[in-house]
Design a protein around this ligand. Structure first.
Ligand SMILES: NC(=O)c1ccc[n+]([C@@H]2O[C@H](COP(=O)([O-])OP(=O)(O)OC[C@H]3O[C@@H](n4cnc5c(N)ncnc54)[C@H](OP(=O)(O)O)[C@@H]3O)[C@@H](O)[C@H]2O)c1
Length: 160
């Protein structure tokens, strides 16, 4: 099963200058809970933006076209490697934009956090046709700093 785990603002912004446009500890904690013990796949640029920090408790894989076996300690994978594995385990695709675009035709579940604000940014979530997904869970929370986040889970119709 392939899942996208992502956070976006109200204009679908997800990144700015190789970083997240916001710093919201509660959202990072939610991301951690969602992805813990899963294999996570991210694009080479997202990993660069994280200064190649490996996230504890998660098996990190880097999507890159470079002919490398590993990149700063994490195995490099191809799109085919990911799709072949996703038949028998949960794989969390965690971005960024290019990588979401590549896996969009194959994704089964969207774990989406919508931050109820607008931010400066240079990277957007690709357009997703939500009519092909069913929203199975939705929860609105207010953070310590009075920011509103809507946590949603969407399942591709007919996939599970
Ligand atoms: N808000 C969120 O949830 C969230 C999540 C993650 C990231 N982000 C943000 O998104 C931004 C980065 O996104 P991005 O779109 O610029 O880059 P990205 O998707 O992280 O990485 C792009 C790289 O992935 C590799 N790649 C892409 N398509 C491939 C394919 N078909 N086969 C093999 N490798 C492929 C290439 O690496 P090579 O050039 O090495 O070949 C490409 O340069 C940052 O600002 C980051 O903070 C936000």
């Amino acid at each position: 099963m392939l899942r996208f785990v992502f956070a976006e603002d109200m204009n679908h912004i997800i990144g700015n200058q190789q970083q997240l446009p916001w710093r919201i500890p509660e959202e990072l904690a939610y991301f951690k809970t969602q992805t813990m013990n899963h294999q996570i796949v991210m694009g080479r640029k997202t990993f660069d933006g994280m200064n190649h920090r490996l996230l504890p408790g998660r098996e990190t894989r880097i999507l890159s076209r470079q002919p490398l076996e590993t990149y700063h300690g994490a195995p490099v994978v191809s799109v085919e490697d990911v799709l072949n594995q996703s038949t028998d385990q949960i794989i969390d695709i965690i971005g960024g934009s290019e990588v979401f675009e590549v896996f969009l035709p194959y994704v089964d579940v969207l774990v989406r956090s919508v931050i109820q604000e607008t931010f400066e940014g240079d990277t957007w979530m690709p357009t997703i046709d939500y009519t092909t997904f069913e929203c199975v869970s939705q929860q609105e929370v207010t953070t310590k700093n009075q920011q509103s986040i809507r946590y949603e889970i969407w399942v591709k119709k007919g996939s599970i």
